[in-house]
Design a protein around this ligand. Structure first.
Ligand code: BDR
Ligand code: CA
Length: 308
């Protein structure tokens, strides 16, 4: 089993990522650490706590940093609802949150495990950046980072910046420069990982709590897409990370130099994905840009079925 930690800000699509991970017997989830992003840290933590409590109560949950390194927090309640999980109502029984924070939890988990651990990141990267600054000696215990973030095809917060990077670009910069192997799922690939209205309905029809949660979470994001972009399909960004770990063959990508814009009048938080090697810089990431969408949808449906 592949040992992983999931650092997330649930979040509608984070929820689908978690469900994929919960359903898999290929992953050994050492913990879910929570970041601030889609909504305030108290809400994202509450959502993670309840999701884990409902499906995999043995997994530990640790609360992370409340604010980005330098900036004021930017949230996205219009996409994810005020609580971060839209209309989804989760059972009250949840988990007790770890007494140590996410940064300490990651350090402790890496220290305690002989094997290296893969860290999946589906929110702003504040926790991970603080971890890297506090415990540089533990960097060698990280197998790789699998990250949802960034874009070379325009942004979803500003014309050039994707949400997870924009919320804490300084943190992203630290992670990208860490020297740890990086697999990046930017909008380049996640916009192709969409769920249609019909597929959403089919997911709901599977029945059971997981189907209800998945349906509610996706519907919330879809309603936003309908209203603001007149679309009848919605991208599922975060689950691409877990889908990659479970089935890398359904993706295509390229090894490139990956950087973040920290200055600029209009471009704060833009990711530089140097597909054409124009900068001639050392390649520090595998950036995914193609997905077999049918297999991706199958994976979502199977996972919901397994958790039924
Ligand atoms: C990312 O931003 C968040 O709103 C989603 O959960 C995803 O992690 C997409 O830009
Ligand atoms: Ca997210």
């Amino acid at each position: 089993k592949l040992p992983i930690i999931i650092d997330c800000d649930p979040g509608c699509d984070d929820t689908i990522a978690l469900l994929l991970a919960f359903a898999s017997d290929k992953l050994d989830i050492k913990g879910v650490t929570v970041s601030a992003g889609n909504v305030h840290i108290n809400n994202t933590t509450e959502n993670a706590r309840k999701l884990v409590g409902a499906f995999r109560p043995e997994i530990k949950v640790a609360k992370g940093c409340e604010k980005p390194l330098f900036k004021t927090i930017v949230t996205a309640p219009e996409v994810h609802g005020e609580t971060g999980l839209g209309c989804v109502v989760l059972p009250e029984k949840g988990k007790v949150i770890e007494s140590i924070n996410a940064v300490e939890f990651i350090a402790q988990t890496l220290r305690e495990n002989e094997e290296k651990i893969t860290i999946v990141i589906t929110g702003p990267m504040t926790n991970i950046a603080v971890f890297l600054m506090m415990y540089p000696e533990l960097k060698s215990k990280i197998e790789k980072f699998v990250i949802m973030g960034g874009s070379s095809i325009g942004g979803n917060v500003t014309p050039s910046a994707e949400f997870n990077i924009y919320v804490d670009a300084e943190a992203a910069d630290i992670v990208f420069k860490s020297g740890v192997e990086i697999i990046l799922c930017p909008l380049d690939v996640t916009m192709k990982a969409f769920v249609t209205e019909k597929e959403l309905q089919e997911i709901g029809e599977i029945g059971g709590l997981a189907a209800e949660v998945a349906h509610g979470a996706i519907k919330n994001a879809l309603d936003f897409y309908k209203e603001f972009y007149q679309k009848t399909e919605v991208p599922m960004h975060d689950p691409c990370t877990i889908a990659y770990l479970l089935n890398p063959n359904i993706f295509k990508g390229q090894h490139v130099f990956l950087g973040t814009e920290l200055k600029g009048e209009f471009t704060y938080g833009e990711t530089i994905i140097d597909y054409r090697d124009k900068l001639g810089k050392e390649k520090n990431a595998l950036v995914l840009n193609e997905i077999n969408r049918e297999e991706f949808i199958k994976l979502i449906k199977n996972s919901v079925e397994i958790l039924k």
